[in-house]
Design a protein around this ligand. Structure first.
Ligand code: ZN
Length: 174
């Protein structure tokens, strides 16, 4: 009897490790529905804004997506969603030095051409984001990702082009 108990105990421990190992392999996101937040986003590549209202970018993932033909507002439906994850769902990849588009084209820091990422939280100023891939998208963030040779002045203009729509979505809980 005791032997069986020991065996069961061992099996349970092994199972616990297995479950823990599997869940740990995934990202540290909350479950679907653990939050519902919104952020305004704009991505420029060589001065052209990517049009996220195109079908290929809409509703690509359950945890985070753009929806309703709107290309300006990211909806997150789980806590801890990172910019890196969002880009992956769009068939793109962002790292510290490179931005890879869903066309397969990759844009990396070279000469004067740089990848810059900025975020502006509620009631604060624009800040440069390092390790952009790990940046956790916050409610009512404004996010600018831009690759090119823009001057500070031009980047400011791009910041101003980021919309102010997340607010409305968050208040309406859309
Ligand atoms: Zn929403």
């Amino acid at each position: 009897m005791e032997k069986i108990n020991t065996k069961i105990c061992f099996l349970l421990i092994a199972l616990a490790f297995l479950i823990y190992g599997c869940s740990n392999e995934k990202n540290n996101f909350g479950p679907l529905g653990s939050t519902h937040q919104h952020a305004d986003i704009k991505v420029y590549v060589l001065e052209n804004a990517i049009d996220f209202s195109l079908p290929q970018y809409q509703l690509q993932d359950r945890l985070t997506h753009l929806e309703d033909g709107d290309g300006d507002v990211v909806h997150t439906h789980a806590t801890g969603i990172t910019l890196g994850y969002l880009f992956r769902t769009l068939g793109m990849k962002i790292s510290d030095e490179c931005l890879k588009l869903n066309t397969g084209n990759e844009y990396c820091n070279v000469g004067n051409a740089k990848l810059n990422v900025f975020a502006k939280n509620r009631n604060s100023e624009w800040e440069a984001i390092f390790y952009a891939s790990d940046y956790i998208i916050q409610d009512m963030d404004k996010i600018l990702v831009t690759y090119g040779t823009e001057s500070e002045e031009e980047i400011k203009e791009q910041m101003e082009s980021v919309t102010d729509k997340a607010k409305e979505s968050s208040m309406a809980k859309e």
